[in-house]
Write a protein that binds this ligand. Sequence first.
Ligand code: G6P
Length: 599
Amino acid sequence: MCGIIGIIRQSGNVTSDMVAALQRLEYRGYDSAGLSVLNADGQIERRRTSGKVSALLDLTTKHPLSGPVGIAHTRWATHGKPVEQNAHPHTSASVSVVHNGIIENYMALKQTLIAAGHRFDSETDSEVIVHLLEEALRQGHTPSQAMAWAVPQFHGAFAIVAVFAGDPHHLYAAVKGSPLVVGLGEGEGYLASDALAFAPYATRAIYLQDGDLAILSAGHVSITDDTGTPVTRPIVILPPSVAALDRGPYRHFMAKEMDEQPIVTASTLRSFWDPVHETVIMEDAPPRPRRVDIMACGTSYFAGMVGQTWLERAGIPTQVHIASEFRYRPYFADSDTLSLFISQSGETADTLAALKYVHGQGGRSLAIVNVAGSSLHRLAHHTLLTKAGPEIGVASTKAFTTQLMTLAALSLFWQGGGHAEETGELVSIPGHLRHVLNVTAPYHDLAHGIFRHAQSALFIGRGPSYAVALEGALKLKELSYIHAEALAAGELKHGSIALVDEHLPVVALAPTDALFEKTASNIEEIAARQGQLIILTDRQGAPRLQRFAHTLITLPETTPLSMPLIYTLPLQLLAYHVALARGTDIDQPRNLAKSVTVE
Ligand code: G6P
């Protein structure tokens, strides 16, 4: 986790541009922030604070510092509390370092360094990097020799950027298992966890690879690989994406991103659309596999669960795995199975580790990714890009629905492109989403009604609507901090129904599909125990279920392909309005980070 930016220019002051870049990286963590610059005398000056990047902005406004070279960091705490003392950069007399990842052998290194007379100030694993580099300098190494000597001693995952006092013409970087991208501007250079950080200043980028050491000067980069051999990495031209970072008239990025869903699901579908034959065409997808294993985390995992139902309908046996579990289980690659990885960021550590595990066993991979150029995009054998655009709100919304659109299209593609009725269903989805987004009053009323002081909530559904229920419960937890649990509706009676009383909100997803009557029976069981039912159904289901409902929300008629997308939106709106009523931090909920780049 954590966001890193380093800037090197020939003159001027990089402080405010580093703070602005950190704000663009805040999705990676936001519990403390800090920066260092090399001042006019080539000495290190540092400012750090707990809290968000806005606190660092205040601090650097009150206590300014200046220099043309600097490094900065926004943190998501792994080792050590999110207090100033643990905030990056970590600094000694001669070195200042920012780090993303985990140095797994830090305890052993720390003990050796303490024995050699080094004094540690923080509880972090990252501080050993500074002291080991300082130790190298003590032994007479130059900064580049110090990096080459110290970095191979670190176990774990890291992206490191360092500045050395008295060396104002270079930034030093090392990469293993955490992303770091070089930005090349006119006579200036950048190093960042995500190209988004320097998007306003540089459009040419180089993605560093595992084992790379880089030395960046204003306008030039030299890279060596893990054998110390100088290498040339490809330069990519970044797409313009900065406009998406503007909240526009919306109060929250989440509100903006929910509202964009009709457009971005349509753009996603368009990128897989053959307008001549009016079918799905996916030039980047592999041919239909015999079997599919899906691997993902969080919301992307729930997209995978929905995808499983579609692929199985297409006759392809499919299993879905939580990436963090999958990577530690025995895995038996077989040439009939395609591994499908789903990720918004393309940087989630567990998903990437699962991909490497599969590749290591000779397996083939397809990735569904939102961020072009991300690690997953670069590593997978095939990639389908979703067109959600940058998603800034930490709770995923449009990334999820574009993943669903891609999976729905993929299931049709592997059936030969889909017949007119099914492709017509896909085409109609964006319009239905707009319709659902236009009705917000019920969610506002629920937020100020039974959810105002609710301690807990249940979500139920069957088949694909169970997967959507899981995503709905996650949204409520993330945004409002209300404990929420999703259950397969038929499973409720095996224990969890004991929770139901007249205070418990139960959100029931009941589209009139093949399982409607089964879900309706479960709804009756909850009603019989006075649960407060919020029922999502369609016009056909409404008369049957109305009498059990505290609130009944009537949605458009759906099909198996359209239901998951359409039923997701009310759950997003519910979580958003409950969070609004409770006054929680909607775009940056506590303890979370958008991109989880540690295990
Ligand atoms: C984090 C985010 C979730 C996201 C998950 C997987 O936990 O807060 O919203 O679903 O990571 O991220 P990915 O980028 O791989 O989809």
